[in-house]
Design a protein. Sequence first.
Length: 633
Amino acid sequence: MRRTATVLLSSALAAGGLVTVAPAATATTQPSVRDLTITVTGLGPEKRTCRIDADLHVPPGVTAADPAPALLVTNGFGGDKTDQAGLARGFGEQGYVVLSYTGLGFVDGDLCPITLDDVEHDGAAASQLLRFLGGDPSVVAVDDATQERVVVDQVVREDTPAKGRGKGKKAKPTHDPQVGMIGGSYGGQIQFAAAAAEHRAGTNRLDAIVPTITWNDLSYSLAPENSALPGGTAESGSVSSTGTGVFKYQWAALFTALGVATGVQDLTALADPARSQEFVRNNCLNFEPEVCRALAEVAVQGHPSRASIDYLRSNSVAGYVHQMRVPTLLMQGQADTLFNLQESVATYTALKAQGTDVSLVWQSFGHSDGTPAPGEMDLSNPESTHLGRQALAWLDHYVRGVGEEPRPSFSYHRDWVQQAGGSIEDAYAEADAFPASTSSTFLLSSTGTAGGDLVTSPADVRTGTSAYSSVAPVGPNFTETSFLDQRSPVVDPPGTAISFATPPLDEPLDVVGSPRLTVQLTSPAVEVTQGGGPAGQLVAYAKVYDIAADGTTIELPNRLISPVRITDVGRPVTIELPAVVHRFAPGHRLAVVLAGGDLAYRGATLPQPVALSTGPGVTQSLTVPVEDGSRLR
């Protein structure tokens, strides 16, 4: 049972995940639920043993004589096994056995620390749970109510010897269930970790995954750097920058506090003196020691070290994507400042390039706004919502082997369609692959110190210089307070930002994807300090505003911005801005902004004056991806 100290925070963080409002269930349709403690062993280099709190949901009529396929699911950060109760009922009605478990390190009466969904601990634990679903008696599970050992025999097995299996037929691993995984955020990345653990073992029991609003590279998520992406873009298949990013301290602090809170609530397990010593010696605020090291570094020097970046990256699908061969339906949230759309583009592109079956969905909701559009998603009734049906079709085909093979696709939600009275099906555009856009390019033209215009002809570019400066390590510019405040107006105090805007638009401009800003900046002060490493390099924040016809109402689409730490301010730099799906209405103006600070990030310690000049011989440009109707189907 979830403890009250974490309810508010974990509920808010889970709000951007899979929506599973539980339906009313009758005695004839409600799955039976057994509360289990499952012991997993040999985790990580320490050969750690952990006790997992899990619920086994078995639909009515599912027995050893009439088995069913299975789903393995776990919680988002700070949650527990009960978060998936609605999902278990919804997919139970579709004939799936569901094993829902509390992830390592969260409130379960066990002192194993949070290991950030790594392969060696979290992935290995999930791999043993897959074996448990496959009937492996060596995985010890006990019914908490009866203290009886539990061995699963209600799940369809794929390792049953097939009649007529001849030479050349690939043998299946033992205790191999028909099984998929589905889940959001922290419960999304675990699916990659489980698949990698299975791949490394050569067993590959996992048949399909549906990871939602999760990360590609955790070092990018928590310390993004958008001016040194491989190939200059997430479309290269990677967001793993070669430079040092800008620390997203608000989100990091939120998760740290939640992790500590869950650890405190498990302190009752310290009644055993030996376990008390182990907890004090090996745990760091309920996290692996590397996490505390990274937090300490940022507190002291303002940025993570290369060792911390490597650690975070190793706990990410970016670190082992070449091992991923499991069919993947990837869903990412447009309203998500924690794990942005570029992360899904990187994962999708890498999987597609190596031949893994993959489709990409950009849903309307995420960590920053957990409310789906009407009819979009409710996994307690998957067949009744747009994304629920898509997930169900994916799992039905790849796990249980029924239904047509899903066509590879890229789809995205357009809020303006639904707001105009369109259905959820109308609101989702679909193409054969990402991207589904064409490019439109604007040139920056300075008309004053605070910025200027975006123009389309080189003849319209004026000669001029715009300038701004950072003034503090944090702020004063405001875009959000993690997920806690997404409604207050954006703020750029005078002198802290420059802005370049189009004239009022004559027709709608539908942006789908990441704009790219190419600029040549100058900063004599930074040129002196940048050779000393990240602390002396230029930190800037790029963003796109939608300025309404009144000239004062400003929207920052989904509160998304693009931090950069530029290693050499003397060279032109291309910044990939956040991917968005946004309509700039007629009469509105699109503006690109460069700022020196932001209240959600840890920026430069010393003030950094910056100038941007336009005119002959200098190309300062913004390329915008615009929806291409010819690519839609």
